[in-house]
Write a protein that binds this ligand. Structure first.
Ligand SMILES: NC(=O)c1ccc[n+]([C@@H]2O[C@H](COP(=O)([O-])OP(=O)(O)OC[C@H]3O[C@@H](n4cnc5c(N)ncnc54)[C@H](OP(=O)(O)O)[C@@H]3O)[C@@H](O)[C@H]2O)c1
Length: 275
């Protein structure tokens, strides 16, 4: 049985993953920004699965300090991870900056998951799994000159979200070429969860007509669950298929350069072993 860490474990797909994996007998670490919400979900799952081994820990991805504290405490506790599922995500309606001075969606969806992954890597065996939750929106985005930061002038709710997922996708692709672990991406398609609420006038109409045709969280998380046990590397899990996007994105971007820029930024947040 494996020890699996899930970020955004109190969310719709995160909690569906916790339920499935803990129910299958794995030890699951729920990383949640809201411990009360996380504990309530943990208790609900334990009611159905009394033998489940589910642990809960605070992680706020809008803060690099929180990411560093989280990783340091796991290390101090001697935790060894078999898998990391970078699932947490956000899509902010308006431009706002975190305490680190970074646009919020950008930090939560991209920079913090990269930092977290780098800090947890030493706690992972060579045959461990890492899965990044990306999005089909990434395929419609382009990086801009501000990269590895986001450009305040060009902030839009959906555009910055899509860019953050593209940035995570590119980082994950390059990471998969640099470490022995099984590093992959998952795309849940369009899923009926809180994140698709856009804070717009048309939300009630979308709730009525669009949500019912979206996937349920249990279905949306399936590709990620497969990626957590795969022997593939650098692949994109969507629906029942496994795609290779290295040719496409390797042609469109200089992945080495993308990697170097991200790593230079991350190295300013914490000392990192070079990969
Ligand atoms: N739903 C879709 O159609 C869709 C499509 C493509 C990709 N995705 C991706 O799937 C992942 C899961 O989303 P979901 O659809 O299950 O939506 P969700 O229910 O809103 O889950 C998002 C999770 O991320 C957590 N989160 C947000 N900000 C955070 C922060 N600062 N620090 C730590 N955790 C934070 C949320 O915490 P709280 O529980 O405290 O709110 C929640 O647990 C996200 O990465 C999303 O971008 C979703």
């Amino acid at each position: 049985m494996k020890t699996i860490l899930i970020t955004g474990a109190s969310g719709a797909m995160g909690s569906a993953a916790v339920r499935k994996l803990a129910g299958d007998g794995h030890t699951v670490w729920m990383a949640c920004r809201n411990l009360e919400k996380g504990e309530s979900i943990r208790q609900q799952i334990l009611q159905d699965e009394p033998e489940a081994d589910i642990r809960l820990k605070a992680l706020d991805l809008s803060s690099f300090a929180s990411v560093k504290t989280f990783a340091a405490e796991l290390k101090a506790d001697g935790v060894q991870l078999d898998a990391l599922f970078n699932n947490a995500g956000t899509m902010n309606r308006h431009y706002s900056e975190t305490a680190d001075g970074i646009e919020r969606t950008w930090q939560v969806n991209f920079l913090s998951p990269c930092l977290l992954t780098r800090l947890l890597l030493p706690m992972m065996a060579p045959d461990a799994h890492i899965v990044s939750m990306v999005s089909l929106s990434a395929h419609y985005a382009r990086l801009d000159a501000a990269f590895p930061l986001s450009d305040k002038k060009h902030f839009t709710q959906l555009g910055t979200y899509a860019q953050s997922k593209l940035a995570l996708l590119l980082y994950t692709l390059e990471l998969s070429r640099r470490v022995p672990q099984y590093v992959n991406m998952s795309d849940p398609w369009i899923v009926n969860t809180p994140i698709i609420h856009l804070d717009r006038w048309f939300d009630p109409i979308a709730d009525l007509f669009f949500r019912p045709v979206c996937y349920k969280p249990e279905k949306g998380v399936q590709p990620a669950l497969r990626a957590l046990f795969t022997e593939e590397r650098g692949k994109y899990f969507v629906g029942k298929s496994i795609r290779d996007y290295l040719p496409k994105y390797g042609k469109r971007y200089d992945l080495q350069d993308v990697w170097t820029r991200i790593e230079a930024f991350l190295a300013m947040q914490a000392p990192l072993e070079q990969l």
